[in-house]
Design a binder for this molecule. Structure first.
Ligand SMILES: Nc1ncnc2c1ncn2[C@@H]1O[C@H](COP(=O)(O)OP(=O)(O)O)[C@@H](O)[C@H]1O
Ligand code: SF4
Ligand SMILES: [Mg+2]
Length: 333
């Protein structure tokens, strides 16, 4: 019998529906279909970026994996073990291995704690070290995120946004995590600082064999960091592929529209700009059939009634999956 090593993270048909407040007479008023059947795997040491416009369910995906919110349905496995239904005692162990870095480091760092204590807290909480060993570990983490050691005794407000994000990353690494979920972790930073933090994450990943689930509304920033990309639209993954394929030969019309807004470094190459008509529909009442049909330049009758499943792209790259009824990709011209 061949035993397969399970992926580090496996997400299977994960859903999170936020119920709407019930009506005057207690009648149900429906739900926000924030996450509506998302599946993917993430290997040890791999980066998967999750991209899509604001409100498509990226943060809900991260929070549901972390069990900051309970899933409505579906399964999540860490190293082959279910973690979506863990009791409180098991959650603690899971959180030692899966950490998060949010967009706004200021609000996620305790302003009254010194940097040393912020970084030491998870180590102490999980009983991983104390005394001089704890000091050594904190010092090593400061080095890893390239913060000067003398910064240890200072408070978060004394740092710039980029440095605060380094503190957040050190804290996320502190318990010896295997997976870090970065939710818009660089989105609020200036362009040059963004690049520095992306480089830091990339180096740490190489050095420590970390896996990253890198959530971003900005497709451009993930190009230099990621191994694979998943594109989300209204609570679902519409396309998933390795980086080269997704940026080079995307299949789904929504991916192509998002990409058309990404600047190309080489000025001699022009990407055809696709302007999507209309706004993103509400996740309370998502469109029938293909959820993208209200904005798709290639919409056909079938798209309004039949939901396309995520499937291998005909003649596509290995592992390229797209949820679209089109076989080929028609020209935009
Ligand atoms: N606690 C909540 N209660 C109700 N709706 C929510 C809640 N959190 C998020 N939503 C809704 O779920 C959808 C997805 O939100 P979110 O996951 O934050 O998207 P993203 O991170 O991609 O911007 C949005 O329509 C948002 O308004
Ligand atoms: S299934 Fe139809 S509407 Fe949806 S993306 Fe494909 S062509 Fe467009
Ligand atoms: Mg978000």
């Amino acid at each position: 019998m061949i035993t397969r090593t399970p992926p580090l993270l496996e997400v299977n048909a994960l859903k999170k529906h936020y119920p709407l407040a019930s009506g005057l007479f207690g009648g149900k008023k429906g739900a926000v279909y924030a996450l509506d059947g998302v599946s993917f795997t993430l290997e040890k040491g791999e980066t998967l970026s999750v991209v899509g416009e604001s409100g498509c369910g990226k943060s809900t995906l991260g929070k549901t994996i972390l069990r900051l919110v309970d899933p409505t349905d579906g399964e999540v496995f860490l190293d082959g073990e279910r973690i979506d239904n863990l009791p409180a005692s098991g959650l603690r162990q899971m959180r030692r291995r899966v950490q998060v870095v949010f967009q706004d480091p200021f609000s996620s760092l305790n302003p009254r704690q010194r940097v040393r204590d912020i970084i030491a807290e998870p180590i102490t909480n999980f009983g991983l070290a104390s005394g001089s060993e704890l000091d050594d570990r904190v010092a090593a983490l400061m080095d890893k995120v390239r913060l000067p050691r003398d910064a240890m005794m200072r408070f978060p407000h004394e740092f710039s946004g980029g440095q605060r994000q380094r503190i957040g990353i050190a804290r996320a690494l502190a318990p010896g995590s295997d997976l870090i979920i970065c939710d818009e972790a660089v989105s609020a930073l200036d362009v040059s600082v963004k690049a520095q933090i992306v480089n830091l994450l990339s180096d740490l990943q190489d050095e420590l064999g970390l896996a990253l689930l890198f959530i971003s509304h900005d497709l451009a920033i993930v190009e230099h960091l990621t191994h694979r990309v998943a594109v989300m639209y209204l609570g679902k993954i519409v396309e998933i592929a390795d980086r080269r394929t997704l940026f080079g030969t995307p299949h789904h019309p929504y991916t192509r529209a998002l990409l058309s807004a990404v600047p190309v470094p080489d000025p001699t190459i022009k990407r055809q700009r696709v302007i999507l008509k209309g706004d993103v529909p509400s996740p309370i009442n998502p469109p029938s059939g293909c959820r993208f049909h209200t904005r798709c330049p290639f919409v056909m009758d079938r798209c309004r009634v039949e939901e396309p499943m995520l499937r291998s792209v005909p003649d596509g790259a290995a592992g390229q999956l797209s949820a679209c009824h089109l076989d080929g990709v028609p020209s935009l011209g």
